[in-house]
Design a protein around this ligand. Structure first.
Ligand code: TRH
Length: 374
């Protein structure tokens, strides 16, 4: 299938990913691989730790072959394999350096278009830097050019990953049936508001749990695996609260979900807590109110990054306030996550979803970009 490709031919892509920490590096790369494959391209994903794909993408994806990050022996074998061909495009995700021996292969014959896919940000440097060339001055690929590709929220950036079949999937989504099939400790009641929680270790977490337990509305907190789960366990213990919650709050642990089901989770809930990069984009596409736990950086660079995001998307002032406390930029109290507040933010989430849908998506843009640079 080639949904965007009436003008662009199907290309062969080598995408390199190093897992630094958490799941975002692989999460973003996998979405890109699957998106390109869906458009008829052929993709090799070279990754140093593919273990999370077992739950993120248990079915794999036709058109995507996953390879271990090539060590010296593997690269030696590639150089001697007469049938091995470098792809048309090489992507180093998030500045991971391509192995030198692979660069040497790239420098032979017809060189691929070499793209450095950067992290997502709404800061102004993104539009300034998107598409810039960086001549390679040393090493085996000396003389080649690397191109910077920046995802972003405005038309002068590389856009956001949004696969062609997303609207159709959303339209066909059976919320009730999907929720009923979740392996939960207790069925969801009709009057419970649903909140998903995917975060790091926010200082305001105990306050959130306390508030929800004392609220007027009953809440089911659907708790993601990994760090959020450990953070909630620590918070409930510190609060002397049952791990399954108390009062109006019931906490249900989720298993690790596939990326497809992670989307379903975001579509099914009334409010989503997301973090990092990929889950933020998926929360935007869900069109539901959300709070973003931004990846914290030691030099506090994430403060500016958060403000730029809020400004770029015209986030309502009370939701900004919630973000300031949730991300530790301000101390509490944490604004209440009441049903009224969530209802108030719904219009903004819809509007933001529609506004971003009007932009060309990242895979379409990177395909055109690569075609143009060949
Ligand atoms: O895991 P993250 O915190 O990743 C972060 C960010 O990408 C950050 O920018 C980067 O610097 C750092 O990693 C190294 O959050 P993110 O980006 O949302 O990635 C999580 C991925 O995991 C996303 O693709 C969704 C997926 N996921 C599932 O598919 N199922 C699940 O059950 C869960 C909990 C996550």
């Amino acid at each position: 299938m080639k949904s965007d490709t009436h003008s662009s031919p199907s290309l062969r892509w080598d995408i390199f990913c190093r897992v630094i920490d958490n799941h975002g590096d692989l999460g973003v790369c996998w979405r890109l691989c699957a998106d390109l494959a869906q458009r008829g391209h052929t993709v090799r994903l070279w990754v140093d730790d593919a273990s999370a794909l077992a739950w993120m993408a248990p079915q794999g994806c036709t058109g995507v072959a996953v390879h271990a990050w090539p060590d010296a022996a593997a690269l030696q074998a590639l150089t001697q394999d007469a049938t091995f061909q470098i792809g048309d495009v090489a992507i180093e995700a998030f500045g991971c350096e391509l192995p030198e021996a692979f660069q040497a292969l790239m420098a032979q014959g017809t060189s691929p278009v070499w793209i450095n896919l950067e992290y997502l940000s709404a800061e102004s440097y993104v539009a300034r830097s998107h598409g810039l060339a960086s001549p390679v001055m040393s090493g085996p690929a000396r003389g080649m050019t690397k191109w910077f590709f920046f995802p972003g929220f405005t038309p002068d950036t590389g856009g956001l990953l949004r696969e062609p079949d997303l609207p159709a999937r959303q339209a066909a989504f059976q919320r009730q049936a999907w929720l009923s099939a979740l392996p939960l400790d207790k069925p969801i009641a009709a009057n419970e508001q649903l909140i998903s929680l995917f975060c790091y270790e926010p200082a305001a977490l105990p306050e959130l749990l306390t508030q929800l337990s004392q609220a007027d509305t009953p809440t089911r907190l659907l708790l993601a695996q990994g760090r959020p789960s450990a953070a909630v366990a620590a918070a409930t213990q510190a609060l002397n609260m049952r791990s399954s919650g108390t009062g109006q709050l019931h906490i249900s642990q989720l298993p690790y979900l596939s990326q497809t089901d992670f989307d379903h989770l975001l579509w099914a809930c009334d409010f989503n807590f997301v973090r990092g990069e990929d889950s933020l984009v998926r929360a935007l596409w869900a069109g539901k109110p959300f709070a973003w736990h931004i990846y914290p950086q030691d030099d506090l660079a994430h403060h500016d990054k958060l403000h730029a995001f809020e400004t770029a998307l015209d986030m309502p002032a009370d939701l900004r306030k919630f973000h300031a406390v949730w991300n530790g930029l301000e101390t509490g109290p944490l604004p209440a996550l009441s049903r009224t507040a969530i209802d108030d933010w719904r219009g903004w989430s819809h509007q933001t979803q529609r506004r971003l849908q009007a932009q060309t998506d990242l895979a379409s843009q990177i395909v055109s970009f690569a075609a143009q640079k060949r």
